[in-house]
Design a protein around this ligand. Structure first.
Ligand SMILES: C[S@@+](CC[C@H](N)C(=O)[O-])C[C@H]1O[C@@H](n2cnc3c(N)ncnc32)[C@H](O)[C@@H]1O
Length: 291
């Protein structure tokens, strides 16, 4: 079911070689990590970081017997600390494949998909903030703000208003309820666009629940810091907010002479990949090497 995005391009740009060490900051179901692991044998190791404990459980079956993959549950925002804990050095390459995995969308039952009727969680970790808390408890103005900023949702105002009206009558608990609210808050022509009418709202809530943009902002300088010279840093992003953070970070670090940008423009998936894996459609890969 799971197809890693831009795999050929990742292998080409990160160029793993026997004996090298890599970090996969978002190991997921190891679609990229398994291919990298094969190329760094026999001595090279991969440190795989994953926030979602349930994903790690699935993964442990997939990578059983792969002794050169070390797993750590945690948030890549604490990258340096995680690396220090197990003294994982030298580091020749670091990969981020941002966002959620197909397993989380299809199997987790946590409300990542607007095509299913599930509880409104949208969280990679149990016990923290959830989409349900945001839609039922946050002030309307804050809802408006995240829908506009994180979702770039044209109808942010109308959707926020509708949410705050509905929740006074009954709590909003499921993805289906939320999709209906968005449908009622937006004009009919918005229901026949290329992307689903709930795409932007769901994206905004997921980013807010998991504090995704701040995690990325915190992780990038740490990744650069821990890399060996000539080490490669590759980031696959799935929307313009993430890509802008990566682009600006690369540009500023390149100006200081700390890295060399290897992808002048972001690398996009081929037409064949988009056809065989529609999730890759919005992917953008940027790669740099440490100087
Ligand atoms: C797009 S998937 C990675 C898929 C993986 N490259 C593969 O091919 O199997 C992103 C993964 O990163 C995890 N993740 C998201 N934010 C994270 C964070 N801040 N720290 C660590 N893992 C995170 C998600 O739980 C998800 O499993």
């Amino acid at each position: 079911m799971h197809q890693p995005v831009l795999l050929k391009e990742i292998l080409e740009y990160l160029n793993p070689k026997p004996g090298q060490n890599f970090i996969d900051c978002t190991i997921g179901l190891a679609g990229h990590a398994l291919s990298i692991a094969r190329r760094i044998l026999p001595q090279g190791k991969i440190l795989g970081i994953e926030l979602d404990k349930k994903v790690l459980k699935e993964l442990s079956q997939i990578i059983a017997g792969q002794e050169n993959i070390i797993l750590k549950q945690g948030n890549f925002a604490h990258l340096e600390k995680i690396v220090d804990q197990i003294d994982f050095r030298p580091i020749n390459g670091i990969l981020f494949d941002l966002g959620m995995s197909s397993w989380q969308i299809e199997e987790s039952g946590r409300g990542f998909s607007f095509q299913k009727d599930e509880p409104l969680l949208m969280s990679y970790q149990a016990g923290g903030l959830t989409a349900e808390k945001i839609v039922n408890q946050w002030p309307e103005e804050d809802l408006f703000k995240i829908l506009g900023e994180y979702g770039q949702e044209r109808y942010a105002r109308k959707i926020a208003q509708r949410i705050s009206q509905v929740r006074q009558i009954q709590p909003i608990k499921t993805t289906k309820q939320l999709v209906e609210i968005i449908a009622r808050a937006t004009p009919a022509q918005y229901h026949h666009q290329r992307i689903h009418l709930a795409t932007r709202t769901f994206q905004a809530l997921r980013i807010a629940v998991n504090d995704e943009l701040n995690n990325l902002k915190e992780a990038l300088p740490q990744a650069l810091e821990i890399l060996e010279r000539e080490g490669r840093l590759g980031i696959i992003s799935f929307h313009s907010l993430e890509d802008r953070i990566v682009k600006n970070f690369f540009r500023q670090a390149a100006q200081r002479g700390n890295l060399k940008i290897l992808t002048k423009k972001p690398v996009r998936p081929s037409q064949e990949e988009v056809i065989s894996n529609p999730r890759s459609r919005s992917a953008k890969l940027r790669v740099a090497s440490k100087q």
